[in-house]
Design a protein. Structure first.
Length: 142
């Protein structure tokens, strides 16, 4: 994944510089997503699972501003293109799904022994999980 981000970032840098040379200064705005892509690629390369979120699942406002295009595109994919919207029980009491929303979590009996394994470093935890301090959050970067 890191190499994909690096390649796309360098492609955007090259495109911004070429378009700046022939079309005007507007294209220098491509340097923002290019810098963002280099940062994301570096974090993936270092396997830094907290490059966006802290241990409680929050994303700081400065990171929300810097990574805004990335977070917006990720949100669009999550909202409209995810396939597994309903959790599937793979073993008794163990479910797997994409990031659930609050409505789906209401149907689960979350107890003091509940654990959530978060495989998405890109999205902030939903409020239901953050407000319940008894839930253990485990973050993984895949």
């Amino acid at each position: 994944m890191a190499n994909v981000y690096f390649l796309s970032a360098w492609t955007m840098i090259l495109a911004a510089l070429l378009l700046n040379e022939f079309s005007g200064k507007f294209w220098l705005l491509l340097l923002w997503p290019a810098l963002m892509g280099l940062c994301i690629g570096f974090q993936y390369q270092k396997n830094n699972i907290y490059f966006l979120k802290d241990r409680k699942g929050n994303i700081s406002w400065i990171k929300k501003i810097f990574y805004a295009p990335y977070l917006f595109i990720y949100w669009i994919f999550w909202k409209f293109f995810r396939k597994n919207k309903t959790p599937v029980e793979i073993l008794p009491g163990i479910y797997i799904s994409s990031r659930p929303d609050a409505e789906i979590l209401k149907n689960f009996g979350i107890t003091d022994i509940s654990s959530v394994y978060d495989l998405s470093a890109e999205m902030e935890e939903i409020r239901v999980l953050k407000n319940n301090s008894f839930i253990t959050l485990f973050h993984f970067l895949i």
